[in-house]
Design a binder for this molecule. Structure first.
Ligand code: 9WO
Length: 274
């Protein structure tokens, strides 16, 4: 079965990265011209240039059989709109997977859909530990259900909203995965400390000037007292999670054997934050 990489690995040497090979992303879309789009900018764009990952965009229309290159048809049972034909989608998936490893654990096929399982940072980490991903982007009302079953396509959602197609969610997923690949973030913040790695939202951030529009940076952050700063940040992360994400807060509290609030949060609740 699929063995994710240990999460706390040392920064790999250049030789290790060469051996690991670039992470490969295949995108199946009716709008190939919109890729790489924002992925060509900033850290993902630099990593693409540096060949830390490779992007292969396949136009689904290429796999249409008839002379009109038809990729869609009316929904069985009636109703508005169009559905992507299963034979066309399957031909595109089969072409993409032909040079991918047989073990889907290391190279899954994902379909971006509001009906999918919610994407989590844990799943993103698993994907980043594999060799590549193939992303099927739907348009219209979606893809014929049978192709999703026959090709073991995993449906994933990036949120409870409906767009006009799966391309923008595909870009979001690619961005989330690529930033976790070795060498992409460079010396930027450790991905172990950030949002979700502890099951908490991130604490607030500040930078100079010390006073801006009459608002001050919290005193403790200017104290140079690292232990107190860490305690304040944890307390703030817990407070924000409790306020905004009761779902994450419950999981966080449950994860550590029904632990009490951290010392930081307890002293804050007692009025230690005044
Ligand atoms: C369109 C539509 C029109 C009439 C009646 C029902 C309907 N459902 C849809 C629909 O869900 N279209 C999807 C558009 C088909 C798959 C690609 N599209 C898409 C993906 N929209 N939003 C996403 C998406 C993907 C991942 N996370 C959030 C949203």
């Amino acid at each position: 079965m699929f063995q994710p990489r240990p999460s706390a690995q040392p920064k790999p040497l250049m030789e290790d990265m060469a051996r690991a090979g670039a992470f490969r992303v295949k995108v199946l879309t009716l709008f190939p011209e919109i890729f790489p789009g924002p992925l060509a900018a900033s850290l993902t764009g630099k990593a693409l240039k540096d060949r830390l990952w490779a992007l292969e965009v396949l136009d689904i229309r290429r796999f249409a059989r008839n002379k009109h290159r038809t990729v869609d048809d009316t929904p069985a049972g009636g109703g508005p709109g169009l559905v992507m034909k299963p034979d066309v989608a399957a031909a595109a998936i089969d072409y993409a997977q032909a040079d991918a490893p047989g073990d889907r654990g290391y190279w899954p096929v994902l379909y971006l859909s509001p009906r999918g399982r919610p994407l989590t940072q844990a799943r993103v980490r698993d994907l980043a530990a594999g060799e590549g991903i193939t992303l099927l982007c739907g348009r219209f009302e979606g893809v014929d259900q049978r192709v999703l079953e026959a090709r073991m396509v995993e449906e994933v959602s990036i949120g409870d909203f409906v767009l006009t197609g799966g391309e923008i969610p595909a870009m979001a997923l690619i961005d989330a995965v690529i930033r976790l690949r070795p060498g992409v973030l460079g010396n930027e913040a450790s991905t172990e400390e950030e949002s979700f790695s502890r099951g908490l939202l991130e604490h607030p951030h500040y930078t100079r000037p010390q006073v801006w529009e009459g608002r001050e940076i919290p005193e403790v952050l200017l104290s140079g007292h690292h232990a107190r700063i860490a305690e304040w940040r944890l307390s703030e992360a817990e407070r924000l999670t409790q306020e905004r994400r009761p779902d994450l807060w419950r999981a966080y509290r449950a994860a550590d054997g029904d632990r009490e609030l951290s010392d930081a949060q307890t002293s804050a609740a007692k009025g230690g934050q005044k």
